[in-house]
Design a protein around this ligand. Structure first.
Ligand SMILES: [Zn+2]
Length: 562
């Protein structure tokens, strides 16, 4: 007799091996059997026609504060996330002395865009050490599993007080920091995070504490992670920085890898029009470190930064004078010019010859997002290249004819990041690149929130763009992060593993529209975003979410590294 059986789904077990139709049986929070199961169970869910996968592991979040007032980590659990790692980017709420609480809050407020009023009202502060923080979380009902990293800024603040944002540490201070990291690792943290991003400041305008660390300090703290023989180091640094910063970053990489011999998650790799070859260089750097024998990894975001515009009021073309000159004309004159064949040739040439800076200038990357007239609704979702072929005319004519027919009210869309699909294909498929840089819990006012990074992957990149197989995508969202972090009993659907499961319809999974809500402590607003086509999120064998709604249980656990 099992507790729960998921019957007749297509099982993507997380390994990347081919999917197959079968049943999954669960007992005592663990997977008991996979295959054809005829035994009885307390509950049987018919999941025929659906995909059954390990729960998503969101390895880059900033839920450190939010979990105290929102144990479901909304909206992550609606997107099949069953485990989150927090404490990224050098930021944690532990260890912390009472007199330093405000300093840590100030770091989260500025770096992660969280409202001060919410942090002040919502954090219980019933801990001093990292271990006490984990214990306090353990006493709380949690919807999903939580793993932590020890943040360098917190450790530095603990050891040095306000001197941590003024100067390098002395030998005694570094020794105290080593102890704090050692204690945190012993208590079950999954590693250490540090931050050298030159754009990261505290609320009072001082650079975040980890930016004052010398190489010696970083080496000694990372060595502690190496001695623990578990966990990893997460290293945040900016991409667009001065040459001396780049050299500095290179030294940090070498030092961390050499001292720890543990996995390192560093580079954040994305395609930008501004620096279209940067991703290639970043990938080469990671691969070179791997060739030297290190477990080096990078991460990428599945989100595209989308821009929506009309030819009525767009600044999207401002980098091209031929376009910009027209876009500043009064509407009637502008329409007149858009009809002129000679001017259309000039605009077309500008698109072909301009070197893209923040805009792709590629017809196949401009999509019709929303038609203004009912008769053009069927064109929505097509790109301008496709429209041109459909109408057997040049793309410039297809774009302008449609816009003019709709009084310039057609909404178009293009992506400022992750838009060059050839680049994205290489980045996503690289074995050293982790998918998901959700920053969930942070940047709460962002109208394009990151909770649904896995949903975006499965809906847009896998189903629509076919950038990789569903099997490979699931592996990248589950088994790969579980393995790198050393969460060894999760990320696979195999007997004996913890029963974290995500059930969805591959044909229907998608993001819902983001919503602005006012539910933070102190009443501050934030954006949430639900999902479509996700049927169940199962955590430790209990159904946590059903069709987007919470079932009322709190089966989550605080995970502790081996
Ligand atoms: Zn971060």
């Amino acid at each position: 007799m099992y507790d729960l059986i998921l019957k007749g789904g297509r099982i993507y077990d997380g390994s990347g091996m081919p999917s197959f139709i079968g049943d999954v049986a669960i007992s005592n929070g663990r997977i008991a059997a996979v295959g054809r199961i005829d035994a009885a169970a307390d509950h049987v869910l018919d999941v025929g026609g659906l995909a059954v996968a390990p729960g998503v592991i969101d390895f880059h979040t900033h839920f450190d504060a939010q979990l105290w007032w929102d144990p479901l980590a909304s909206s992550s659990t609606e997107h099949g996330v069953t485990t989150v790692v927090m404490g990224n980017c050098g930021l944690t709420l532990a260890p912390c002395k009472p007199e330093s609480r405000d300093a840590l809050i100030g770091t989260f407020v500025r770096v992660e865009d969280m409202p001060r009023q919410s942090l002040q009202a919502g954090i219980p502060w019933n801990w001093t050490t990292h271990g006490e923080y984990l214990d306090a979380l353990d006493r709380k009902p949690l919807g999903l599993n939580v793993a932590t990293l020890i943040g360098h800024c917190a450790v530095r603040q603990f050891s040095m007080g306000e001197a941590s944002v003024e100067r390098a540490a002395n030998d005694g201070e570094i020794a105290e920091m080593e102890n704090l990291v050692r204690q945190g690792m012993a208590a079950g943290a999954f590693g250490f995070s540090t931050n050298a991003n030159q754009r990261h400041y505290r609320e009072d305008g001082k650079p975040v504490a980890s930016r004052f660390a010398g190489l010696d300090e970083v080496a000694r703290l990372c060595r502690v992670v190496g001695e623990a023989r578990s966990g990893l180091v997460q290293f945040t640094h900016g991409a667009f920085a001065a040459p001396e910063h780049v050299a500095h970053i290179g030294q940090w990489y070498d030092t961390i890898l050499k001292e720890t011999r543990r996995p390192l998650i560093g580079e954040s790799i994305r395609h930008f029009w501004k620096e279209p070859d940067l991703w290639r260089k970043q990938l080469n750097d990671v691969e070179e470190r791997c060739c030297q024998g290190y477990a080096a990894y990078a991460m990428t975001s599945t989100r595209r930064t989308l821009r929506r515009w009309t030819l009525k009021d767009s600044t999207r073309f401002d980098e091209m004078p031929a376009w910009k000159n027209l876009m500043t004309l009064p509407l009637d004159q502008r329409k007149e010019k858009f009809r002129d064949p000679q001017i259309r040739r000039d605009l077309d040439r500008a698109m072909a010859e301009s070197k893209p800076i923040s805009f792709s200038c590629r017809w196949n990357l401009i999509a019709i997002k929303k038609a203004a007239r009912p008769q053009n609704k069927t064109l929505e979702g097509k790109n301008i290249d496709e429209l041109a072929r459909l109408q057997a005319k040049p793309p410039i004519d297809a774009l302008l004819d449609l816009a003019l027919a709709e009084d310039l009210e057609t909404t178009f869309e293009d992506a400022a990041t992750q838009a060059d699909e050839e680049a994205v294909r290489e980045i996503f498929n690289n074995p050293h690149v982790l998918l998901g840089q959700s920053d969930a819990g942070a940047h709460v006012a962002n109208a394009n929130p990151g909770f649904g990074f896995a949903t975006t992957m499965l809906a847009y990149w896998v189903r629509e763009r076919q950038i990789m197989s569903l099997e490979d995508a699931i592996k990248k969202l589950t088994f790969l992060p579980a393995s790198i972090f050393g969460i060894h009993d999760r990320g696979l659907l195999r007997p004996g593993m913890s029963a974290d499961i995500f059930v969805f319809d591959p044909a229907k999974i998608d993001l819902a529209e983001p919503e602005k809500v006012q539910d933070l402590p102190g009443g501050a607003p934030r954006y949430i975003q639900g999902a479509k086509g996700i049927h169940y999120t199962v955590v430790n064998g209990s159904v946590l979410m059903k069709n987007g709604g919470h079932t009322g249980v709190y089966p989550g656990k605080v995970l502790r590294s081996a």
